[in-house]
Design a protein around this ligand. Structure first.
Ligand SMILES: Nc1ncnc2c1ncn2[C@@H]1O[C@H](COP(=O)(O)OP(=O)(O)OP(=O)(O)O)[C@@H](O)[C@H]1O
Length: 235
């Protein structure tokens, strides 16, 4: 994962994260270092409790590491005030959770547009952008449908398109296929690889489905909070 001239969209340097635990502490992340290059998907695997969600939370700047640095698109987030951190997260990071959490009363297109609308951006441009992204994820024909009219895979596609609305540099994806059958799971992972390359983002994909790992560019394994160096897949 070296040899790239531009800074990686996401870099973690010696990140340690400790949670208070009774009188002591639990070390969720133990000096974790990782660089995710633009246009690449790094799968993150490891047993339950090994620290995968903690790594995503630290990378998303939702928790501050106890020590170490999280660098997003060249900006060291260490010591940034909360307001600046929120602004950086909104402009650079797309987060995709297992459950899409779509708003029941909104159409697929509106799920994408509402974020821009709330941020005071022009609706016309947001509509155009949403239509383009729904096309990328294969949902042009379903732009007017509400969540209950969509399949689980289609809802996850809306979720992916929504995460791309803010032009992120980094995509953080937590178990996106947990609620899907085999075929739909494979197509969602393929779609994540496609948009990662097309939009030149750096993507971290937490997954239990190791069979889909070869579709991604590299795999990094967590154990007891420590991360082994990513291994390139043969895909
Ligand atoms: N908010 C918290 N407070 C205290 N301890 C926590 C907290 N969140 C996570 N931990 C602990 O940190 C360690 C790593 O947890 P984490 O959720 O990151 O693992 P994981 O690999 O994502 O697990 P899973 O695959 O089950 O989701 C565990 O020992 C967990 O109990």
């Amino acid at each position: 994962m070296s040899g790239y001239s531009t800074p990686a969209p996401l870099e973690l340097h010696n990140v340690t994260l400790e949670y208070p635990d009774g009188g002591g502490t639990t070390t969720a992340l133990d000096r974790v270092s990782l660089a995710v290059p633009a246009g690449r998907v790094v799968s993150l695997v490891g047993p339950s409790g090994s620290g995968k969600s903690s790594l995503l939370a630290a990378a998303a700047t939702l928790v501050r590491p106890t020590s170490g640095q999280v660098i997003i698109d060249g900006t060291d987030t260490t010591g940034l005030p909360d307001k600046a951190l929120t602004a950086l997260r909104r402009s650079k990071v797309g987060i995709i959770f297992q459950q899409p959490n779509l708003l029941p009363s909104l159409t697929a297109a509106e799920q994408l547009i509402i974020g821009d609308h709330l941020r005071g951006k022009p609706v016309k441009a947001a509509r155009k952008k949403a239509a383009g992204l729904l096309d990328v994820v294969g949902l042009s024909a379903s732009a007017g449908k509400r969540p209950h009219q969509l399949s689980g895979g289609q809802r996850q596609r809306v979720n992916i398109a929504r995460a791309l609305m803010g032009n992120p540099k980094v995509l953080l994806v937590d178990e996106p296929t947990a609620a899907l059958d085999h075929e739909r799971s494979a197509s969602i992972i393929r779609l994540l690889c496609q948009v990662t390359s097309e939009f030149n983002v750096g993507t971290v994909l937490v997954t239990h489905d190791t069979e889909f790992v070869p579709l991604t560019d590299a795999v990094a394994t967590m154990r007891d909070g420590a991360l082994a160096a990513p291994v390139l897949t043969s895909a």
